[in-house]
Design a protein around this ligand. Structure first.
Ligand code: GLY
Length: 254
């Protein structure tokens, strides 16, 4: 059961967020705020209490709070973002994480790790080696997981930004999967829902209690998720997509 979520309001500087899709244009700030409001409402309608942090204009990507912490059922980890413009965001999340967790661990230099590269499946954590998360960071996380009786494993990555750009665990052994992960033997045991190539972005969904949040504009993905019996809430994230953002990275959920 997910009881809590933490989100951070986007600042006007969101328009300068890191992007690998400049052809989509800059986010419309007014629309991004409306979409953020709707995202918060969607989380609340799943029965989650949402803590809303103030925008931090210093960090254009700081609304993507998922990258700066990993929240497990026993402890939290403050990460060390691999993107240079995001270094320092992790410091801003510590105080709020302290309100929820007694045990807090830290990823330390030269380790880098972003939460978007970490996929939780019960007490096992898949950690993608991306341009943001290095082997040292992944190994530090595996070590602290072991300390708390949990485990982690490393997933080699080729091209996706974050591990969860192409994977989402929906609980009940169901995994949304696309692109480079489809033939990865690490994910053999799951009941896989394959995401069509033209809907790749929508592999980034989130299961929140009785619902799955799905991004607007991906009808095939929505249909496939509904077909296996999940209730779906559609949330528009078009402005966040322009700066590499999706449903999962907009919140910490625990
Ligand atoms: N703009 C989100 C990220 O690339 O970290």
């Amino acid at each position: 059961m997910i009881k809590n979520a933490i989100v951070r309001r986007p600042g006007h500087s969101l328009v300068n967020g890191i992007t690998s899709a400049p052809e989509l244009g800059k986010p419309d700030y007014g629309l991004a705020i409306k979409q953020h409001d709707a995202y918060i409402e969607a989380l609340k309608s799943c029965g989650v209490g949402v803590t809303v942090l103030k925008a931090d204009e210093r960090f254009p990507d700081s609304c993507f709070v998922e990258d700066v912490a990993v929240c497990t059922r026993k402890f939290a980890v403050i990460t060390n973002p691999g993107a240079s413009s995001r270094k320092g965001e992790e410091i801003e999340i510590i105080e709020v994480i302290k309100k929820y967790y007694n045990d807090i661990e830290y990823i330390k230099k030269p380790g880098t790790l972003e939460g978007g590269d970490v996929m939780m499946v019960k007490d096992h954590f898949y950690i993608g080696l991306s341009k943001r998360t290095n082997r040292e960071g992944a190994e530090q996380l595996i070590k602290v997981l072991g300390k708390y009786g949990m485990s982690g494993s490393i997933v080699e990555m080729l091209e996706m930004l974050h591990l969860k750009s192409g994977l989402a665990y929906l609980e009940d052994n169901v995994l949304l999967i696309t692109g480079e992960y489809i033939n990865n033997l690490e994910f053999k045991k799951f009941n896989k829902i394959m995401i069509d190539e033209e809907e790749t972005y929508s592999a980034n969904c989130i299961r929140v209690n009785d619902y799955v949040l799905v991004p607007a504009g991906y009808p095939k993905t929505k249909e496939k998720i509904e077909a296996v019996g999940f209730k779906v809430i559609v949330v528009d994230t078009s402005e966040y997509r322009k700066v590499n953002g999706g449903l999962s990275c907009l919140s910490l959920r625990f």
